[in-house]
Every structure is written in C-alpha cells, then in structure tokens.
Design a protein around this ligand. Structure first.
Ligand SMILES: Nc1ncnc2c1ncn2[C@@H]1O[C@H](COP(=O)(O)OP(=O)(O)OP(=O)(O)O)[C@@H](O)[C@H]1O
Length: 244
C-alpha cells in the first residue's frame, strides 16, 4: 500500500544523514508505532511518508506513484488521502471547533469556496458527525483556544478524518499530553483505525503506549531501522539497544 525504498535524507549543512537506507512496506490495517531516541529521525521519516519532507535519494511509493517525483500541486492532492496530526495540534486557535474541523475539507474544494467559507449542508453534516465521533458535541461552537490539550487533539483528529483518509499519520501526537489523556487519545485512534480500516503510522516516545496499541513497532537509531517486528518482540534487550 505504501512503500519506502532506499530512502536517504540529509538536511542542508548537516554532517550526517537524518535517515539512511530505509526500506519498509506498510499494509492497510497495520497500526504502526515508530520509536527511537530524540534525534533518531522519527519526525523526518513520518514527514517523508506524505511528502512534507523530500528524500535526498530513494522513493516513497503510494498507489504506484513515487511521491518524491511529484510536483507540489500533485502532492497536495495525495495528502488529502493521508490525514496527519501533530504534537502541537496545528489548529486555528480563534476559530471554533466546528470551523476548524471544516478546514479538513479544504484540500478537496475550490480555493474560492474555502476563501469565503462556503460549505454545503452535506459538508456541515459530515463535520458534525466527525465531531460526534471524537466526543466533542458539547464543544462544537467553542473557540479551540479554550479547550484542553486532549480536546484540541480530538479536534485535529476530527479534521483529519473529514478528509476521508486512507492513511493516518501522527508526529508525536500525545507528547504534550498527560499519560491518562495520551492513553485515551490512543484508544480513540485505535477505534477509528478499525472503523475506517486505515493504515496508521504514529511516532511516540512512550514505549508502553506503543506496546499496548501497535500491531507492529519500528525503531530507529541514528537514522537507521534497528527493529521492525511485533510489539511482543520488543524486549528489554531491544529497549536497551534503542535507547542507550
Ligand atoms: N530542518 C532541519 N535542518 C537540519 N537538521 C535537522 C532538521 N530537522 C531535523 N534535523 C536533524 O535530523 C535528525 C533527525 O531529526 P528528527 O526531528 O527527525 O528526529 P526525531 O527522532 O523526530 O527527534 P525528536 O523525538 O526529538 O522529535 C536530528 O539529528 C536533527 O537534528
């Protein structure tokens, strides 16, 4: 479904590659957690999957298209199929929950409709159903800046879902949340993953969360894959290898 071939990324002026020789195949239905120390390359990797980061060499193949060869306009279309959530939510703080969720449709509509905020009844209904899905109905008209971190991440999840994505990507989506809230967000992601039959790929610091929710764990160290297997195979010895 999504494939990474001989992927290398080197940032301008950096001495070392941020990612080296990554070869991975992802299948629909997998719930994958990416682990690794700070600076291991997790964020760079996840951003390569939807073309936010261009590889220096190598390919990211999505439905027979090599994303690294697409122009920015073509990439934007592909990104509609890949919902993404972030550590700092990337919402518009002064807009309401409802307005923020509606922006998830922007990639599919004409720019002038977006500019004037014109949405059909059907589009509005869909946005409301996503807000229900993430359990925020009572907060629909509140400004996002008035919400808690966990609620903000729920808004971001609803916005990403409104794109009707096939892939769900998360770049440290629970790093700013307390452990209980982080667990509830992962539980929500897991149930949406199952309901919408997605491929989910999430970077996470918390090994316990990864082992609880992932169907497959990939660990990076210094830009290389050093573990790619079932969560139960992620033993204490592997932990030491990854984090020491
Ligand atoms: N824009 C950039 N310019 C130069 N170097 C960068 C840039 N972004 C990341 N790097 C470097 O690339 C390497 C991988 O960074 P990346 O952010 O992908 O790691 P990470 O595993 O996501 O780290 P963290 O958990 O701290 O977010 C690091 O050495 C980092 O310093």
């Amino acid at each position: 479904m999504l494939q990474v071939n001989e992927l290398y990324v080197k940032y301008p002026k950096a001495k070392e590659h941020a990612l080296s020789n990554i070869n991975i195949s992802f299948q629909k239905g997998e719930f994958i957690c990416i682990l690794g120390k700070s600076g291991a390359g997790k964020s760079t990797f996840i951003r390569c999957l939807n073309g936010l980061q261009r590889p220096t060499t190598g390919a990211v193949i999505w439905n027979d298209k090599d994303l690294s060869r697409l122009k920015e306009g073509q990439l934007r279309k592909v990104r509609v199929e890949m919902g993404m959530i972030f550590q700092h939510f990337n919402l518009i703080p002064r807009l309401s929950v409802f307005q923020n969720v509606l922006t998830g449709m922007f990639g599919k509509r004409s720019p002038w409709k977006n500019l004037f905020g014109i949405f059909s009844q059907e589009e509005k209904k869909l946005a409301i159903s996503m807000i229900e899905h993430v359990d925020l109905v009572g907060h629909k008209d509140k400004r996002v800046e008035a919400l808690s971190g966990g609620q903000k991440q729920r808004v971001a999840i609803a916005r990403a879902l409104l794109q009707n994505p096939k892939v769900f990507l998360g770049d440290e989506p629970v790093a700013s949340l307390d452990p209980g809230t982080a667990n509830r967000i992962f539980s929500l992601l897991q149930s949406l993953h199952n309901e919408y039959d997605l491929l989910t790929v999430i970077n996470v610091h918390d090994v316990v969360l990864a082992k609880q929710y992932a169907t497959r764990i990939i660990a990076l160290k210094e830009g290389k894959v050093i573990f790619d297997d079932l969560p139960e195979k992620f033993t204490d010895e592997v932990y030491d290898l990854v984090y020491k």
